[in-house]
Ligand binder design. Structure first.
Ligand code: BJW
Length: 228
């Protein structure tokens, strides 16, 4: 059975990583649609660097939770028949044991050079404008996908969705495209679709089945069910 899993901020919430659109969300009073843009970076690069530098540093204080571990267990059994696509830029899937993770909105532990377009592994702060290790120009930005930019891996994702028998969406509000459209694309191509989220997402009616509750409980239970 071919499975595509899409995860969002909700899967990392029980690890202590704030989500975007819940009451105690990450952007503290700002609409994410106003601040997660290349224009916001051009206007105030230092503010944006401080924000992502703090989030990168905070990764050291959080651990994967039972939902991340359950998806790693699923990969052990399904191998290449599982594609794990995450909108998250944290590394909790990898630290939970998943080895093939497609970060469609980029990664905190990567930097993107605006001069030579290289993507380079990065664990330090970017706010002191270090030179790019490839070309030497001090134009490194967070390697994340902001509004108006094209997400990573879209061809691979679309191919996997077209072939999937099952599409499962975990911990995402369904407010951001193209990820919010995956359920319809997979469904049209014959996949069964399942939502696992704390509360009904914006697109909950688009799924064949929806289960609501904390990912730390729902995901291990669903993985057990699938592997029985
Ligand atoms: C729990 C839980 C627990 C809590 N257990 N659950 C008009 C119509 C349609 C589209 C557009 C439009 N105008 C513009 C667009 C496109 C635009 C878009 O979608 N805009 C919308 C605002 C409408 N999209 C784009 O621009 C994208 N690019 C694009 O479309 O390019 C064109 C193209 C596409 C494809 C091929 C070719 C070309 C880019 C989008 C980039 C999004 N970037 C961000 C920031 C990333 C960096 C960072 O992390 O800082 O990505 S924004 C932010 O939202 C982040 C997230 O990945 C993304 C999604 O958020 P997510 O994960 O869903 O989090 P929340 O907080 O919203 O939801 C959490 C959920 O968890 C909630 O439901 C909770 O209840 C639940 N939860 N605790 C289970 N314990």
């Amino acid at each position: 059975m071919k499975v595509v899993v899409l995860t969002g901020a909700g899967i990392s919430a029980e690890s202590g990583v704030p989500t975007f659109r819940d009451a105690d969300g990450l952007w503290e009073g700002h609409r994410v649609e106003d601040v997660a843009t290349p224009e916001a970076y051009d206007a105030q690069p230092m503010v944006v660097h401080r924000f992502y530098d703090a989030r990168r540093t905070a990764l050291a204080a959080v651990e994967p939770n039972p939902a991340h571990l359950a998806l790693a267990r699923l990969e052990e059994h399904l191998g290449d028949d599982l594609l794990l696509v995450t909108q998250n830029i944290d590394d909790l899937h990898e630290r939970g044991g998943s080895t093939r993770v497609l970060h469609m909105h980029g990664e905190l532990r990567s930097a993107l050079c605006r001069a030579c377009r290289s993507r380079v592994p990065w664990t330090e702060d970017l706010g002191d404008f270090p030179p790019c290790p490839r070309c030497g120009v001090a134009e490194l930005r967070p390697d994340v996908v902001w509004f108006g930019e094209v997400p990573y891996g879209m061809d691979e994702i679309q191919d996997a969705l077209a072939e999937a028998d099952l599409f499962v969406s975990i911990g995402t509000s369904g407010a951001v495209y193209p990820a919010a459209g995956f359920v319809q694309y997979a469904g049209r191509n014959g996949a069964r679709t399942l939502e696992l989220n704390l509360v009904p997402s914006e697109g909950t009616h688009l799924f064949d089945e929806a289960r609501h509750g904390p990912a730390g409980q729902l995901v291990p239970a669903w993985a057990d069910e699938l592997l029985r």
